[in-house]
Design a protein around this ligand. Sequence first.
Ligand code: APR
Length: 250
Amino acid sequence: MEIAIPDALLDAARQAQHIAVLTGAGVSAESGVPTFRDAQTGLWAKFNPQELATREAFARNPKMVWEWYAHRRALVAQAAPNAGHYALVEMEKRAPRFTLITQNVDGLHARAGSQNVIELHGNLFRAKCFREDVPVPNWVDDGQIPPRCPRCGSYLRPDVVWFGEALPPRALAAAFDAARTCDVFFSIGTSGAVEPAASLPFDALRHGATVIEVNPEETPLSNRATFTLRAAAGAALPKIIAREQWIKNG
Ligand code: APR
């Protein structure tokens, strides 16, 4: 089906001095990375992320949790960024100021070429010490699962934000600052089920931004957003940044 992009949406995006974008798992769906809440197949169907992605789950069964993340790393390593990721790289080049905030831990925005990415929930490809919480950028896979911290011998854990944990404070502050100062805020491929990220588009609305949702399904934001595009990110975003529609500002 042809996606119609309203002229008023394009005008708002073209004229914006600062565009902020929040992405969720839906942006990576077209790369073959399953989303969290609507996956019917594979590991996601067998395991509930809310039961695996907690400190308690890791303490109870570190091997199983490490292996779940190792599986996800392998899946993402085989995946490639899609047209939605690449459209956001273009948008960053064209907007005078651009902030990309992602809940995704797959690193696909950076792999596509996005420069300024705020990773609210961490990154699958980094690890940190379970006991001391210090980053361990490189670890040796010597057959121990999970691998051990080279400093203190404790388990390593993925450097992602689990349920019940605080988000990295600087990333969170930068995300809310962007939501409050942008003229246009895109919410793309997120169910809006997990706080505090879910509040960002509502904060942007309260501060007067034009809020645009891109999601094939309805979410709690749909009725409040200025524009809702019921479409896949990989189909809608390239249309929004199509060159004939959007010549760089200034
Ligand atoms: N394009 C755009 N949106 C899509 C697409 C697509 N091609 N395919 C699916 N979606 C939408 C779904 O309709 C859904 O609303 O993406 C959303 C994915 O929602 P979730 O699976 O809940 O993912 P997300 O919102 O990123 O989850 C937030 O929850 O489990 C935690 O930490 C995890 O970062 C994650 C957080």
